[in-house]
Design a protein around this ligand. Structure first.
Ligand code: SF4
Ligand code: SF4
Length: 70
């Protein structure tokens, strides 16, 4: 299954919960901060995303949206 996510740069507080939760280890924190001064999570290899949504489930800021291709 293939998946795709979007992360809201401005909602993200850089807590790294999603980075830790992703079984594919495709998330990391950006080196550029957002307007609140947090380093937001970004995706490195979207083609490896399965759409499992573990990242979104862990996010306390509801900053991640997930899509799945059947
Ligand atoms: S949906 Fe799953 S595989 Fe895709 S980024 Fe989130 S935790 Fe990783
Ligand atoms: S879990 Fe949410 S708030 Fe935390 S780093 Fe990931 S996207 Fe940002």
């Amino acid at each position: 299954m293939k998946g795709k996510i979007t992360i809201s740069k401005e909602l993200c507080k850089g807590c790294t919960f999603c980075v830790t939760a992703c079984p594919k280890k495709i998330l990391r924190l950006s080196k550029e901060f957002n307007s609140s001064g947090y380093f937001p999570a970004i995706v490195d290899n979207m083609e490896l995303c399965t759409g499992c949504a573990m990242c979104a489930e862990m996010c306390p800021e509801i900053a991640i949206e997930v899509w799945r291709e059947q």
